[in-house]
Design a binder for this molecule. Structure first.
Ligand SMILES: Cc1cc2nc3c(=O)[nH]c(=O)nc-3n(C[C@H](O)[C@H](O)[C@H](O)COP(=O)(O)OP(=O)(O)OC[C@H]3O[C@@H](n4cnc5c(N)ncnc54)[C@H](O)[C@@H]3O)c2cc1C
Length: 352
């Protein structure tokens, strides 16, 4: 690819990226989206195009998509070549991949151009900004929206991978209310604030929540830890690690094998119907190489209250890459809209 000059480049292809693209395209900014590359490396990292929702089954909490037969709508809204690549719709609520294809198509309908590649490197030290796609070449951009999301951390157990979406999840708020988890014993893995929050949230639906933590005390803040200790529906297993997720094809997850971290080789099994990993997220900011201000956890810092401006004027951030608190598709889409409006106003002011 030779050097091209763009008004607005959006990096990322989750709800934030596509919602920013739809708004920007309708505002005549001719956005160019880098949606990520289809590579084994991205597959392993969970960062293939279409973002985190492409990794899940049904999405029950995205406004505007009640359960129903969406098959005919998908057939009419999506181009044949992309529809053919998708699983048939089976009369339930919208799935993550379906929702993401619809968002991508909506942005494309208004003229968004899409490149299926990663941005490997950026140079924000001069204007126009320079972006370097993995496939080579260089793109110059007057304005950039970073919407590269974050990836949930997993333990990396083969059994964890085998039961993802069949009882193993990394998002209690997203999946906790699903019928497969209601009134059943569940496991949450982790010991920080989010693990305690997830356990507390799940205790509203589950018959019992087992919080499994490698260390002898929780890392969560005192007040959060006390909340877990006081909750009669949460049992904490200290000095314990998840060794294996147990289950079968028909039922999904049926139990876990736990191992003591102090007495190696000592294992116990627990019958549970779900396993929730709450061991943090990694924001996709490594490619920025320190050129935007980041939090200690490597999330992009929004420099103004309720605005998406970053530490470099003309670079905006949207979605989970700048949000380690809400981490929902609808909040990511909301900040994508905000970033496009912020970019439009910034471009109007600086570039006429
Ligand atoms: C298993 C699972 C289930 C979930 N279920 C729900 C749910 O039911 N409801 C809900 O509201 N939320 C759910 N979430 C959370 C939701 O998916 C996220 O909050 C949302 O997707 C964040 O959107 P985003 O646009 O910020 O980025 P992401 O969805 O993280 O997408 C960003 C994408 O940008 C691309 N990208 C990254 N780096 C680059 C680069 N350098 N160059 C080009 N492209 C790049 C990648 O394809 C990456 O995946 C779930 C998350 C997971 C993991």
């Amino acid at each position: 690819m030779a050097t091209t000059q763009e008004k607005l480049v959006i990096i990322g292809s989750g709800p934030a990226g596509w919602s920013a693209a739809t708004y920007a395209a309708r505002a005549q900014l001719q956005p160019l989206v880098f949606e990520g590359a289809i590579t084994e490396k991205n597959r392993m990292a969970g960062t293939l195009p279409l973002g985190q929702l492409a990794l899940t089954s049904e999405v029950e909490n995205y406004a505007g998509f009640p359960a129903g037969n969406l098959g005919a709508f998908l057939d009419s809204a999506l181009p044949k070549d992309r529809r053919q690549m998708m699983a048939p719709h089976e009369g339930h609520g919208v799935t993550g991949p379906e929702l993401m294809e619809l968002m991508r198509q909506q942005a494309a309908n208004f003229g968004t151009r899409i490149v299926t590649d990663d941005i490997a490197r950026v140079d924000f030290s001069r204007r126009p900004f320079r972006l370097f796609p993995s496939a080579g070449g260089e793109v110059e951009a007057a304005c950039v929206i970073v919407a590269t999301g974050a990836s949930a951390n997993w333990l990396g157990l083969p059994s964890e991978e085998a039961f993802k979406n069949r009882g193993v999840s990394a998002c209690a708020v997203c999946d906790g209310a699903l019928p497969r988890f209601r009134h059943k014993p569940l496991v949450v893995v982790g010991g920080g604030d989010s693990a305690v929050e997830e356990a507390t949230y799940l205790s509203k639906f589950a018959s019992m929540v087992h919080l499994v933590h490698r260390r002898s005390e929780l890392r969560a803040s005192k007040i959060m830890a006390q909340r877990a200790l006081d909750n009669p529906k949460i049992t904490i297993h200290f000095d314990t690690a998840l060794a294996e997720v147990l289950g079968d094809d028909a039922a999904g997850v049926t139990g876990v094998r736990l191992e003591s971290t102090t007495a190696r080789g000592t294992t116990t099994t627990l019958p549970v119907s779900g396993v929730f990993l709450a061991i943090g997220h990694t924001p996709n900011t490594a490619f920025l190489d320190g050129q935007l201000e980041l939090t200690p956890k490597k999330y992009i810092v929004w420099k103004q209250h309720f605005r998406t401006a970053t530490s470099v004027e003309g670079v905006f951030a949207a979605g989970d890459v700048a949000d380690d608190y809400y981490r929902q598709a609808i909040s990511a889409a909301g900040t994508g809209c905000m970033a496009a409006l912020d970019a439009e106003r910034w471009l109007a002011h600086h570039h006429g």
